[in-house]
Write a protein of this length. Structure first.
Ligand SMILES: NC(=O)c1ccc[n+]([C@@H]2O[C@H](COP(=O)([O-])OP(=O)(O)OC[C@H]3O[C@@H](n4cnc5c(N)ncnc54)[C@H](OP(=O)(O)O)[C@@H]3O)[C@@H](O)[C@H]2O)c1
Length: 230
């Protein structure tokens, strides 16, 4: 009775990669792992029979890609929208493309993925978890250089509240986790030398547990998950 189909977006490295490895330990889960770098995913998840790796790019034509990916799936129990794009640049140096790319990958791509998935969500109960950042959490400490990234993550928080309101009478629940620093390639590229207090694996542990159970208690909630950022 534990059988679940779980879609994880952004799984070739970092937190998403750790999420897939942890979910895959439950042999009756089927995990659809989505990222651009399929070769990397195939190498990392080689020999794990309940992980299916597929190409997915949030930067363009997301509606069509998602429709095709979900076509063959009868029912989705959990979606973890984990992929993210971080641009770290002084505000006046941000190009139109820098800003548009952050919004495309972090907001528009997520919304179009969810649009394609809505009719496929398990009617018995399902959970969509959006991965945002403390930078997008209202009132939390902000960092110079992150105006494109953090405003897009704030929009993802807002989308969570709006979707939850629109679907409050359905069995689909959506929540948003605003992560503090976790040690990943993204963090290393954006803030070289910074050592986070939490590993990708440790952060993934919380996300997996929340994604599997959190919909029993919460809907439309924006939750800070941080040891660092006040
Ligand atoms: N690490 C932190 O300290 C931290 C803090 C706050 C929030 N977060 C959030 O947590 C999430 C995971 O972060 P992370 O640190 O693990 O990041 P990461 O190491 O950069 O990994 C991001 C993943 O997203 C995928 N991705 C990026 N652009 C994509 C696109 N256009 N289409 C599809 N997939 C794409 C990447 O795979 P491909 O390149 O193969 O597509 C990669 O697997 C992100 O949403 C991030 O904003 C992280």
């Amino acid at each position: 009775m534990n059988k679940k189909t779980i879609v994880v977006v952004g799984t070739s490295r970092g937190i998403g990669h750790a999420i897939v490895h942890q979910l895959a330990q439950q042999s009756d889960f089927t995990i659809l792992a989505l990222s651009r770098d399929v070769e990397k995913m195939k190498q990392s998840f080689d020999g794990i029979s309940n992980v299916l790796c597929q190409h997915f790019d949030l930067s363009a034509d997301v509606a069509n890609q998602a429709k095709q990916l979900f076509e063959g799936i009868s029912s989705i129990d959990v979606i973890i929208n984990n992929a993210g794009l971080l641009v770290n640049k002084p505000f006046t140096e941000l190009s139109h493309n820098d800003i548009a790319s952050c919004y495309q990958v972090n907001v528009i791509g997520v919304m179009e993925t969810v649009q394609a998935a809505v009719s496929k969500m398990n009617p018995v109960g399902s959970h969509i978890v959006n991965i945002s950042s403390m930078g997008g959490f209202q009132g939390a400490m902000k960092f110079a250089g992150l105006s494109a990234y953090s405003t897009s993550k704030a929009a993802l928080c807002s989308f969570t509240e709006l979707f939850a309101e629109e679907y409050k009478d359905s069995t689909i629940k959506m929540n948003c986790l605003c992560l503090g620093a976790a040690q990943t390639e993204m963090l290393e590229e954006a803030f070289p030398g910074y050592i986070a207090p939490v590993s990708a694996e440790k952060m993934a542990e919380f996300i997996v547990d929340f994604a599997l159970k959190g919909n029993q208690w919460m809907n439309g909630k924006i939750l800070p998950v941080s040891l660092t950022t006040p």
